[in-house]
Design a protein around this ligand. Structure first.
Ligand code: PGA
Length: 253
């Protein structure tokens, strides 16, 4: 069974105290997680180490960073490298979230470099892709998402590709309350798997978990996660409330 993952993305929300309270609540509950199921929580940089401590007795809980830099070290004031994350015992990092692409001008080449940096440090990249509303309205979403993946990831070896987690997040569904239908998610996830399969073969395509993100809530998670090519979700707004995110974790198949 491919990994099934409930991933939280707190973005730039919650004070340290609020974050700790939320994590303690989440980590204190018994979800009856199976060995192939995982919970990943992407917190702001200053909360990483303390967060890692809070979940250390939950072997299927992991803490992620929301970004890393393209270089390993040097004069880049305000930035954090993959090597630094690894040195803090962090295991996962989100790369290429649409907010990074949009507000921080991160392009496909930069994201390729960040992915390399993460993999070199043995971090699992959670690589995000997804189209804007106009691309979807023009019906060009499949080729657009395929090209994001090709440009940032197709230089990887098969072994490296097998270490990735992908997240399909249509920009028009992020934070808008407008979710892709389960059918739209399934269609795109299946398309992403075909893109991977053409380059790396079917075995690798079947191994890579593909999460859906964009207004995942307790009332739609079951249906979306129930689709065969959807392996869980990357959750923003609903991950800030313990009860909502706990319900989403319980919706993993
Ligand atoms: P949302 O965010 O769940 O608030 O739509 C998802 C994301 O941006 O990862």
């Amino acid at each position: 069974m491919r990994k099934q993952i409930a991933a939280a993305n707190w973005k730039m929300n919650l004070s340290l105290k609020e974050g700790i309270t939320l994590l303690e609540k989440l980590a204190g509950e018994d979800y009856g997680l199976k060995a192939y199921q995982e919970v990943i929580i992407a917190v702001p940089f200053p909360y990483l180490i303390q967060s890692r401590e809070i979940v250390k007795d939950q072997p299927l809980f992991h803490i992620a960073a929301q970004n890393c830099h393209t270089e390993a070290a040097g004069a880049y004031t305000g930035e954090v490298s993959a090597a630094m994350l690894a040195s803090c015992g962090i295991t996962h990092v989100i790369i290429g979230h649409s907010e990074r692409r949009m507000y921080f001008s991160e392009d496909d080449q930069m994201l390729a470099r960040k992915t390399d940096m993460a993999l070199a440090e043995d971090l699992t990249p959670i690589f995000c892709c997804g189209e804007s509303l106009d691309i979807r309205e023009r019906g060009e979403q499949n080729s657009y998402v395929a090209s994001q993946i090709e440009k940032s990831l197709f230089h990887l070896s098969t072994g490296q590709m097998q270490k990735l987690v992908l997240a399909y997040e249509p920009i028009w569904a992020i934070g808008t309350g407008k979710t892709a239908t389960a059918e739209q998610a399934q269609e795109m996830h299946n398309g992403i798997r075909s893109t991977i399969s053409e380059k790396y073969g079917e075995e690798t395509a079947q191994m890579v978990p593909i999460l859906y993100g964009g207004s995942v809530k307790p009332n739609n998670a079951n249906e979306i996660f129930g689709k065969p090519d959807v392996d869980g979700g990357l959750v923003g707004g609903a991950s800030l409330k313990a009860d909502d995110f706990a319900a989403i974790i319980k919706s993993l198949k």
